[in-house]
Design a protein around this ligand. Structure first.
Ligand SMILES: [Zn+2]
Length: 336
């Protein structure tokens, strides 16, 4: 358990968090980052992407709704541009990758609660059964009969698969993010060769254009998550431009609306850079989202790097962490 979590839970036990929840929060925009909705153990792919079940997502929305306005894409844009002053706390929900469960599960939760969220699509994945690198790594490492595998690229990594495979999967996913484009391909070849197991037959995994149109009609914001989910910071400026402009054009053609928001793939520091931010603004995006945590406030409110963070799926942990994030006193105490 992290120090932050330990402290938040201790405060919760003492009843301090409940008092803080009633206290006025500091002005700012708290943006929640999600990927998939559902039960993690029901997938044979990457379980880390499941940020909440349907019930947990509903509880998260209800929790924030009582404490701060949950803003639409347009309202968020007005806050970010300064058209609406950030006088108190606002909350926004976002979803990366465009998995089918965003349509089959998340959409109804937002509709029935009278709130909205932003969904960032990888335009090449829309309507397809693509198994992206993170899902492929998770599947092969969880299903291989090998008890140890050896990767050579980008640096040698010997992995024992005797213990909890989730730990090994996390280690390889982190390793992948360190690799450049060529090394990443070599690494996937290593994994395919070493794991000696084939991917399963899969049905469609990503929402399609009709579903995206229905979500947009229901008030959801549809944004870009690039053409191919390439990690932008590893690409040349020309290749980044192609990813950002290409996906924007593809989504606009299909949805008939202006695409103004972008979530940087992976979104961690180093996965995009100042060049990326400039290219994104030049391409016509007015809200670009990272994913390494933090709240957007007077200290940091930048349209080319809007801070987002995840929240725990477990309801008790969620409540503790959410309360800590919206309170300045607790936030400074727990380092967020
Ligand atoms: Zn993503």
């Amino acid at each position: 358990m992290s120090y932050q979590m330990f402290l938040a839970r201790a405060l919760q036990k003492l009843g301090v968090l409940r008092a803080l929840e009633l206290h006025h929060s500091k002005p700012g925009i708290l943006i929640v980052s999600h990927h998939r909705i559902g039960v993690p153990t029901e997938t044979c792919f990457d379980r880390n992407l499941f940020g909440a079940t349907v019930d947990e997502l509903d509880a998260q929305i209800q929790y924030f709704k009582k404490r701060a306005p949950i803003v639409s894409g347009e309202e968020l844009e007005n806050l970010v541009s300064g058209k609406t002053p950030v006088k108190h706390l606002y909350v926004a929900f976002t979803f990366d990758d465009g998995y089918l469960d965003n349509y089959t599960k998340a959409l109804d939760v937002f509709r029935s609660s009278g709130t909205t969220a932003a969904f960032f699509l990888v335009s090449d994945y829309v309507g397809t059964a693509t198994v992206p690198w993170w899902d492929e790594i998770a599947y092969r490492l969880r299903n291989t009969k090998r008890t140890e595998i050896q990767l050579e690229s980008p640096t040698p990594l010997k992995l024992s698969l005797n213990g909890h495979r989730g730990v090994a999967i996390d280690a390889v996913l982190q390793h992948y993010k360190q690799a450049n484009t060529v090394q990443a391909e070599e690494m996937m070849d290593d994994i395919r060769r070493e794991a000696e197991c084939e991917l399963p037959e899969v049905k469609r995994r990503f929402l399609n254009w009709d579903e995206a149109r229905e979500m947009q009609a229901a008030g959801m914001t549809i944004g870009s998550h690039t053409l191919s989910h390439a990690i932008l910071g590893k690409l040349s400026p020309e290749a980044q431009k192609k990813e950002l402009e290409g996906s924007k054009n593809a989504i606009e053609r299909q949805l008939g609306s202006n695409v103004k928001s972008l979530a940087y793939p992976v979104g961690e520091k180093g996965c995009f850079n100042e060049t990326t931010e400039k290219i994104a603004i030049d391409a016509g995006y007015s809200m670009c989202f990272s994913a390494y945590g933090g709240i957007n406030n007077a200290t940091h409110l930048r349209r080319s790097n809007l801070l987002r963070g995840t929240v725990p799926s477990d309801p008790d942990k969620f409540r503790a962490v959410a309360a800590a994030r919206i309170s300045p006193w607790t936030a400074s105490l727990v380092g967020r």
